[in-house]
Design a protein around this ligand. Structure first.
Ligand code: TYM
Length: 334
């Protein structure tokens, strides 16, 4: 047996709304295949989800839906630890400890907190404020070396690193300081109708997002109706041409072609050509995922089994870190 320790990757998605092509291109896609080099942990962060009110039945349903989509996208449960955050109590326990190593001023600066409190002004709860501390606990609990996420999570990752370094400075090297893995293209997919705002899984406008479970005709219709501009000249300029630039980013992320090469290839062509190719690529990506999704979703016992095993494997690793933290703090061992 090799004694070499494999580095760890961890990431997660909130089970809220519906998974979008943004979640796929910014995060999920980059989780695939990492198990060759890393120990991989991928969660559904249901503790985070309740910072915004959730319907009980819908939340449960959505966790199964998202898990089935993880698997349908290509995450094999035999090679990746797939689990639900609430099944591993150490997340909340470590979050409490880390709360005492986090400053109010740091949390006040988080843009996601500002955005979410503006959107849910009637429910600015303490959980929404301390959300990034729970996220730090998620990551540090598994001693994650790498965290593959989209661009909007960068600030939370920086805070996680600060908290880890602060704790280590007082107590010695308890935590691995994680590095974000943010893809060069696709890290920030914008809305189709509002290309100046991030595509969101819980947005209000149905036509703003491409959902992983959208049927092909819906994908095609939404892409065709995506907001562009009146130039009718294909070029990449996020400030001046946000809609067209977003379509180019999506196509680059979907095809692997570089954006300048795409701009050259589409020279002299109208927006209809670009939209046609984006829609085709999205449909080609989603069709096999949807077929597999329906198979997996029809096997609830299998999904439950995946979660049971995932929770067991995750909790094993989490318990080791939490014991080290308790020891560092001077808590009496049980
Ligand atoms: P969440 O659920 O909002 O998003 C899940 C992942 O998808 C990425 N993403 C996007 N990427 C590109 N374009 C977009 N429009 C887009 N929208 C979302 C996000 O960057 C993310 O990687 N706080 C996290 C969940 C979390 C987590 C963690 C992540 C909790 N604990 C520990 C990593 C490690 C969140 O709300 O992601």
């Amino acid at each position: 047996m090799s004694s070499e320790k494999r580095p760890t990757v961890l990431s997660g998605i909130q089970p809220s709304g519906r998974l979008t092509i943004g979640n796929y291109l910014g995060a999920l896609k980059h989780w695939l295949g990492l198990h060759d080099r890393f120990d991989c942990y991928y969660m559904l962060v249901d503790l985070h989800a309740i910072t915004v009110r959730q319907d009980r039945d819908a939340l449960r349903e959505r966790c199964h839906e998202f898990l089935a989509l993880y698997i349908a996208c290509g995450l094999d449960p035999a090679q990746n630890v797939l689990f639900v955050q609430s099944h591993v109590p150490q997340h909340a326990e470590l979050a409490w400890v880390l709360n005492t190593y986090t400053q109010m001023g740091e949390l006040n600066r988080m843009t996601q907190f500002k955005d979410k409190s503006a959107k849910h002004a009637d429910n600015i709860n303490a959980g929404l404020f301390t959300y990034p501390v729970l996220m730090a606990a998620d990551i540090l609990l598994y001693q994650a070396d790498r965290v593959p996420v989209g661009d909007d999570q960068k600030q939370h990752l920086e805070l996680t690193r600060d908290i880890a370094q602060r704790f280590n400075k007082v107590h010695g090297p308890v935590f691995t300081v994680p590095e974000p893995m943010i893809p060069p293209v696709g890290a920030r997919i914008m809305g189709l109708q509002t290309p100046t705002a991030k595509m969101s899984k819980s947005g209000d406008a149905e036509t703003d997002a491409l959902y992983l479970l959208d049927p092909p005709e819906v994908v095609t219709r939404k892409v065709k109706r995506a907001v562009t501009d009146t130039d009718n000249a294909i070029g990449f300029d996020v400030a001046a041409k946000p809609g067209v630039s977003n379509l180019l980013s999506m196509l680059a992320a979907l095809s692997g072609e570089a954006i300048p090469a795409l701009v050259d290839r589409f020279e002299g062509k109208g927006y209809g050509h670009l939209k046609g190719e984006v829609a085709e690529r999205v449909v080609a990506l989603l069709t096999p995922i949807q077929t597999r999704y329906h198979e997996v979703r029809a096997a609830p016992d299998y999904l439950q089994q995946v979660l049971r095993e995932g929770a067991q494997r995750a909790a094993g690793k989490a318990a080791i870190t939490l014991d080290r933290v308790h020891d560092a703090l001077g808590y009496i061992p049980r």
